[in-house]
Design a protein around this ligand. Structure first.
Ligand code: ATP
Length: 256
């Protein structure tokens, strides 16, 4: 019998980050298992983007431990960067077509010409970009551009995908399309770590939720979505019993 437990996608212990004299993250512990969608929920300024930047090894912690896909962000930042996809990290070049942007990203991941082409074609199909594949990215609508950014983030087949407010600024139809893609990626085995201010977003997508408030985690667990027939269909539903009995968490998200 194989008793080896799969490594968590993210393991943080006592994570601290300061900016000047300001403590932005104050001892954050996180354990994100492989697979599924993990939502980090919190109001503006809670520290979500800082967590995402630490997870992608774009910045280093000032204290605590952080491993992503089994790699230590301080000792092995290059391995962490290779293991994560970060939406928006590779900038879309508006003068290139949608397809060319994907091929360029595939090239950055050293996929090789044939693999790059088939990966780009697959993503264009699956992310509903067929109609704009040959158009300059600058002409894409906002929702198409967001789907392109998502596709570019997963060209290299990262085991962990980091998303910071992936549906912000999108209209409801485009929001649903992005959520559908996020769900498909998670169902295909990608661990999605999604930072959001929106309880509706967390309720629509999350398998697990942690609530960040003032740089500290104040709640975590599984949303009560099974009882909610609207899951994934609407951005406006109340999140019933989402943080039952946890007043701190309710306060933390009351303005989101
Ligand atoms: N480089 C920096 N220098 C000074 N303060 C910073 C810096 N980066 C972040 N902060 C502060 O740290 C806090 C957390 O910022 P962060 O962007 O991580 O929050 P957030 O939860 O992502 O917020 P939002 O939802 O508005 O994006 C904020 O108060 C922000 O002003």
């Amino acid at each position: 019998m194989n008793t080896t437990r799969p490594k968590p996608a993210v393991a943080a212990a006592g994570l601290r980050k300061t900016c000047g004299t300001r403590t932005v993250l104050d001892g954050v512990d996180l354990l994100v298992p492989q697979g599924g969608v993990f939502c980090l929920l919190g109001e503006a300024g809670a520290g979500k983007t800082t967590v995402v930047r630490l997870l992608s090894a774009l910045t280093a912690p000032d204290g605590g431990e952080l491993r992503v896909a089994g790699h230590d962000v301080v000792r092995a930042p290059a391995s962490v960067r290779a293991a994560v996809g970060l939406c928006g990290l590779t900038a879309v070049d508006g003068s290139l077509t949608v397809e060319e942007n994907l091929l360029r990203t595939a090239d950055l991941h050293r996929l090789g010409q044939d693999d790059g082409r088939s990966r780009a074609a697959d993503l264009i199909e699956r992310f509903d970009l067929v109609d704009v594949a040959g158009a300059p990215a600058a002409r894409c609508r906002r929702g198409e551009r967001r789907r392109l950014e998502l596709a570019m983030a997963v060209v290299g087949l990262p085991p962990v995908l980091l998303l910071d407010e992936p549906t912000a600024g999108l209209d409801p139809g485009d929001r649903r399309a992005v959520r559908r893609i996020v769900r498909q990626l998670a169902d295909a085995g990608v661990t999605v770590f999604l930072a959001t201010r929106s309880r509706a977003e967390a309720a629509a997508l999350a398998d697990r939720v942690a609530v960040l408030h003032g740089g500290r985690l104040v709640a975590g667990g599984m949303p009560d979505v099974e009882a909610d027939p609207c899951r994934g269909e609407t951005g406006a539903m109340p999140v019933r019993d989402f943080f039952a009995g946890n007043e701190a968490a309710r306060c933390a998200v009351s303005r989101s």
